[in-house]
Design a binder for this molecule. Structure first.
Ligand code: APR
Ligand code: PHB
Length: 393
């Protein structure tokens, strides 16, 4: 097989890159190891920054998002039984966010790719990226159902690893530097068939641990509970989950948490990770293949969008002018935005989670940081600007 851009991975990064390249008249092939149902069902992110919303609309992939997505103009911080709303448009000159799950973004992009784009091969596992230093890189891969040992090769001009944290592309970048931090806790996440108990997201800092109220639709709630890192989701009964959420969302007013049947339960580990550089020769890394953020700041999908928008622009520039200057700047351009998102995600995570072994002094510091945000427009603006998104490129 031969294509201009070989894309490994059909998550948000790979699918959006294929769409942006298609719109720029650049052909690509997407290799995805899992099947379509798995990709479309995998529960992960839920918040689209203003910049991501704009990119999806401009790419012709925003129609259902505009119909079914929920525009949110703020979030609530909850601590010491207090409630403080952060007003995004007032603090950022009009920016807001969209609640629209990455499962839905992937469904929309898959439908477009299958209808108008190049080959999107599910159940096709990339085995290795070779020749990245040459002008003829290639991807060795195995098609679903092929007999053991039967391999194919995708010849490319460029290869982009959009294959997530556990993919193969990053290992083809020699002498990379990694920067990481793991956290001694994770999130137990649930989907529940119950109307959200608040019309915006609620981030709660509590002595018992962090809790987050989010949503997928007016009738489906998405909630998270800080748990020890090695927690088995099945060790929590539905009643225990609701009881603990209720404790952590406690307020001084009459707010109540509505309960309902839990339809999905899983534990997400918490990690900060950056691989530098995000390029080696004609191999580029984008999205989780290059960086991971703890989900507290809702940055993962939005960072992936920024990477692939930057790369698509650089490839289109190369096609139009023959110049590699934007491709040569890709890694540094993306990493500047990545590190800002890492800083914000780390700050939000340490602000709201009760780390095991935290001292009373550290607990009071958290409350002082939250009180500062609730009483200082400057502190609140930093959060609102970061949450609604850093400029791309
Ligand atoms: N060959 C082919 N496909 C692969 C391989 C491989 N060797 N390894 C992994 N993949 C696929 C995975 O099955 C997955 O569908 O690559 C895809 C990677 O997708 P994501 O992990 O979602 O990563 P990315 O597209 O960068 O999305 C970034 O979006 O889902 C949200 O918040 C989430 O931070 C994440 C963000
Ligand atoms: C979600 O809805 O899944 C979600 C929302 C906000 C976050 C993390 C996850 O910070």
């Amino acid at each position: 097989m031969r294509t201009t851009v070989g894309i490994i991975g059909a998550g948000p990064a790979g699918l959006l890159l294929a769409r942006l390249l298609h719109n720029a008249g650049i052909d690509s092939v997407v290799l995805e190891s899992r099947d379509r149902a798995y990709v479309e069902r995998r529960q992960r992110a839920g918040i689209l920054e203003q910049g991501t919303v704009d990119v999806l609309r401009e790419a012709g992939a925003g129609e259902r998002m505009d119909r079914e997505g929920l525009r949110h103009d703020g979030i609530e911080l909850r601590f010491a039984r207090r409630r403080h709303r952060v007003d995004f448009p007032a603090l950022t000159g009009g920016r807001s966010v969209m609640v629209y799950a990455q499962t839905e973004v992937c469904k929309d992009l898959i439908a477009l790719q299958l209808k108008e784009g190049g080959p999107l091969l599910f159940e096709t596992e990339a085995l290795a990226v070779e020749g990245a230093e040459t002008d003829r890189p290639r991807v060795r891969f195995r098609r679903g159902g092929a007999e053991e040992g039967a391999e194919d090769v995708l010849e490319c001009d460029y290869v982009v690893g959009c294959d997530g944290f556990w993919g193969v592309a990053r290992s083809a970048v020699p002498d990379g530097r990694t920067f990481e931090r793991t956290y001694p806790f994770g999130w137990l996440g649930i989907l529940a068939d119950v109307a959200p108990s608040h019309d915006e997201l609620v981030y709660a800092r509590h002595d018992r641990g962090f809790a987050l109220l989010s949503m997928r639709s007016p009738s489906v709630s998405r909630l998270y509970l800080q748990v020890p890192a090695d927690t088995d989701a099945d060790s929590w009964s539905d009643e225990q989950i609701w009881d603990e959420l209720e404790r952590r969302f406690e307020t001084d007013d009459d707010w109540t948490l509505r309960r309902g049947p839990i339809t999905q339960k899983s534990v997400t580990p918490m990690r900060s990770y950056v691989h530098e550089p995000m390029r080696h020769g004609r191999l580029f890394l984008a999205g989780d293949a290059a960086h991971i953020v703890p989900p507290t700041g809702a940055k993962g999908l939005n960072l992936a969008v920024g990477d692939v928008v930057t790369l698509a622009r650089a490839l289109a520039h190369r096609t139009a002018t023959g110049s590699d200057d934007l491709l040569d700047a890709y890694s540094a351009t993306c990493l500047r935005r990545v590190w800002q998102a890492e800083r914000f995600s780390y700050d939000m995570t340490t602000l709201l989670h009760s780390a095991p072994g935290a001292t009373p002094f550290e607990d009071r510091l958290q409350l002082a940081r939250l009180d500062r945000i609730a009483s200082s427009r400057a502190a609140e603006t930093d959060l609102a600007e970061a949450y609604t998104g850093f400029p791309i490129g």
